[in-house]
Design a protein around this ligand. Structure first.
Ligand code: CP
Ligand code: NVA
Length: 305
């Protein structure tokens, strides 16, 4: 049976831990230029219906470093779901490639792509979630803290695709997750319920930035208007004004608090320049770990371990 990685919950807790350890191993191999080519003579098709810097470069470089060849297909190349049916692309690409990575708008489309592909499919972000990002994020926290025990992650901003993947992670490994957002911008109730049903993590959704960030080990934010919502940016800027991550917020936690952002950041909006550049900002380690986490995910689902 082929395996896909569409949601963090596609992995068991054990598989998440194995992937994190594998990511560290592969990272060390790449850093030392050890010969490690599990994807020799393999190809990866990368379908992008939305823009990308990190996802494109980290998958393309990562797959190449592991011995394979990655092909980039941009928003105007395929017209997935418009020019051609998702299920047709799935079968056509399965004939040429050993794996497919896709960044799409509609989450249903990635589910359909996986259903009709005979090769593994990796989710590189949809309107609903961004599982590779949060695997890279938790790897980064793990490296910086040395442990994931007793951890409070506070996300400040829009209850978006990033938050849904954090919630999925909280349904698999235990931690305290707080989402601080304006009213009306909460994450999907079903994702919150998933965490509550799993019963291993505490989840808190609040509209109070001051109380929410108290005791945070990590403060995380993302843009206020995601891809596909940019026409709402002006309106959102007013609604989210009290939710900016600035030096005062970082200093108010009563803890040593790391700052994280999936990037791209809109400096001066959801986060200040000072917070981005502060010594406890780990955003660039986080960005680098996209490649290492994804390499491990691909090796794992392809059964190349
Ligand atoms: N964080 C992230 O996915 O970045 P890109 O949109 O640049 O790929
Ligand atoms: N929430 C953002 C994440 C970008 C990596 C978006 O979907 O645009």
């Amino acid at each position: 049976m082929k395996r896909d990685f569409l949601h963090i919950t596609d992995f068991t807790a054990d598989e998440i831990w194995e992937t994190l350890e594998l990511a560290k191993e592969i990272k060390a191999k790449l850093k030392s230029r050890e010969k490690y080519k599990p994807f020799q003579d393999h190809s990866l098709a990368m379908i992008f219906a939305k823009p990308s810097a990190r996802t494109r470069v980290s998958f393309e470089t990562g797959f190449f470093r592991l011995g394979g060849h990655a092909l980039y297909l941009g928003p105007s190349d395929i017209g997935i779901g418009k020019r051609e049916a998702v299920k047709d692309i799935a079968r056509v690409f399965s004939g040429y490639n050993d794996m497919i990575m896709a960044r799409l708008f509609d989450h249903q489309h990635i589910l359909e792509l996986a259903e009709f592909s005979s090769v593994p499919v990796v989710n590189g972000l949809t309107d609903y979630n961004h599982p590779c990002q949060i695997m890279a994020d938790i790897l980064t926290v793990y490296e910086h803290r040395g442990t994931l025990d007793d951890m409070k992650i506070v996300y400040v901003g829009d209850g978006n695709n990033i938050v849904h993947s954090w919630l999925h992670l909280a349904a698999r490994i235990p931690f305290h997750f707080t989402c601080v957002c304006p009213e009306g911008f909460e994450p999907d109730e079903s994702a919150v319920k998933l965490v509550e049903d799993a019963g291993i993590s505490t989840v808190e959704i609040t509209h109070d930035p001051k109380g929410g960030v108290s005791g945070a080990n990590v403060i995380y934010t993302d843009v206020w208007a995601s891809m596909g919502q940019k026409e709402e940016a002006e309106v959102r800027e007013k609604i989210f004004a009290d939710f900016q991550v600035n030096s005062a917020m970082m200093a108010s936690t009563g803890k040593e608090t790391l700052f994280m952002h999936c990037l791209p950041a809109e400096r001066g909006r959801e986060v200040t320049d000072a917070v981005m550049e502060a010594p406890n900002s780990i955003v660039f380690d986080e960005a680098e770990n996209r490649m290492h986490a994804q390499n491990a995910i691909m090796v794992k689902i392809a059964g190349k371990m």
